[in-house]
Design a protein around this ligand. Sequence first.
Ligand SMILES: [Zn+2]
Length: 66
Amino acid sequence: MPIYEYYCEKCNETFSVFQSINADGNDTRCPKCDSNNVKKKVSSFSCCSIGGGSSSFSPSGGFGGG
Ligand SMILES: [Zn+2]
């Protein structure tokens, strides 16, 4: 399933949503302010284009057990 990037003109929030290829995207709402004033961003096919998320991964794992 492709990922589409949207841009909210209300809160200036950029988010990505999973939509089908046949999806119209008219009922897309901003997950932040729940506004429908969003615009689909045109993303070109590029390697590892998806990103920008803020995932906090702990560098120190805990594989000890015990
Ligand atoms: Zn918004």
